[in-house]
Write a protein that binds this ligand. Structure first.
Ligand SMILES: NC(=O)c1ccc[n+]([C@@H]2O[C@H](COP(=O)([O-])OP(=O)(O)OC[C@H]3O[C@@H](n4cnc5c(N)ncnc54)[C@H](OP(=O)(O)O)[C@@H]3O)[C@@H](O)[C@H]2O)c1
Length: 245
């Protein structure tokens, strides 16, 4: 499979890209730091990626980098089977409420600019006859909750967009895979107390790769979060308020 990957330098992205490399997928990495990209490309070559691993600068906070990066990737791979977006930003609710510039960066990266990037990606995938667009959102987008109001709002909008994209374009060959991680132990969650059912990146990416291969429209990671969120989605608002959820 020929894959363009935004966010393979760390966390779940790195674990997923390594799994793809190990089975011989051809990868092209996009990211914001050329040195990190070069190190990640070398790491993936050592893990077995075929055809060399190309890289191009692409910063979620610089939308002008998106089209040139995707063009370079398409030219290098000659065909696109999948675009994977694990890149994202997180900050605590307290930090986001206190700092307008940080709030703007997180909302812009996780919602507006991820959607701009997906729009360019889906156009290229459809022009190539179809393919898979896999994007990481979050269970934080499933309900409005006090600890993740702002981050959750960006992810809720992103999830909504991806579900709509799936309804509109699947018949034309675009397979949208919306990933909803629960709590996974990565740099993003370092310093936070892991809740029950916290996952390790190397474990959760196995079911995510299966979902990419099958074109499953929605995948929770770890999978048990599907049932946790089913209960949370059903909680009456008055009860959420009473228990301070
Ligand atoms: N970990 C969790 O518990 C959890 C839960 C729910 C949802 N998620 C979502 O899952 C995805 C992956 O999370 P993770 O835990 O693996 O995070 P992570 O370890 O912090 O990795 C985040 C990735 O995003 C990239 N990135 C950040 N800002 C960027 C920018 N402006 N332009 C381009 N790339 C940028 C980082 O690249 P650099 O190397 O350049 O920093 C890194 O490769 C994210 O979308 C996150 O919101 C995570």
């Amino acid at each position: 499979m020929k894959v363009v990957f935004l966010g393979a330098t760390k966390g779940m992205g790195r674990a997923l890209a390594r799994l793809m490399a190990a089975r011989g997928d051809e990868l092209f990495l996009l990211g914001r730091d050329p040195d990190d990209l070069a190190r990640s490309a070398e790491d993936l070559r050592l893990h077995g990626a075929t055809g060399g691993v190309g890289t191009a600068e692409c910063d979620l906070l610089k939308p002008e980098t998106f089209a040139p990066a995707l063009d370079r990737a398409t030219a290098a791979l000659q065909h696109l089977d999948a675009v994977v977006v694990t890149a994202g930003l997180f900050a605590s609710e307290e930090e986001l409420e206190a700092d307008a510039a940080l709030r703007d960066r997180v909302l812009t990266a996780d919602f507006t600019n991820t959607i701009h990037f997906c729009e360019l990606s889906r156009a290229r995938l459809l022009a190539a006859g179809g393919g898979t667009l896999c994007v990481f959102s979050s269970v934080a987008g499933e309900r409005g909750r006090k600890p993740v109001i702002l981050y959750g709002a960006a992810k809720a909008g992103l999830s909504h967009y991806l579900e709509g994209l799936d309804h509109k374009f699947r018949a034309q060959g675009l397979r949208t895979v919306l990933v909803k991680p629960g709590f996974v132990k990565t740099g993003m969650t370092a310093g936070l107390k892991p809740p029950p059912f916290a996952g390790e990146p190397e474990d959760v990416v196995r079911s995510i790769l299966k979902a990419i291969d099958r074109g499953t429209p929605e995948v929770f990671a770890p999978p048990i979060w599907r049932w946790v969120m089913l209960v949370i989605r059903l909680l009456p608002r008055a009860l959420m308020r009473r228990i301070g959820f």
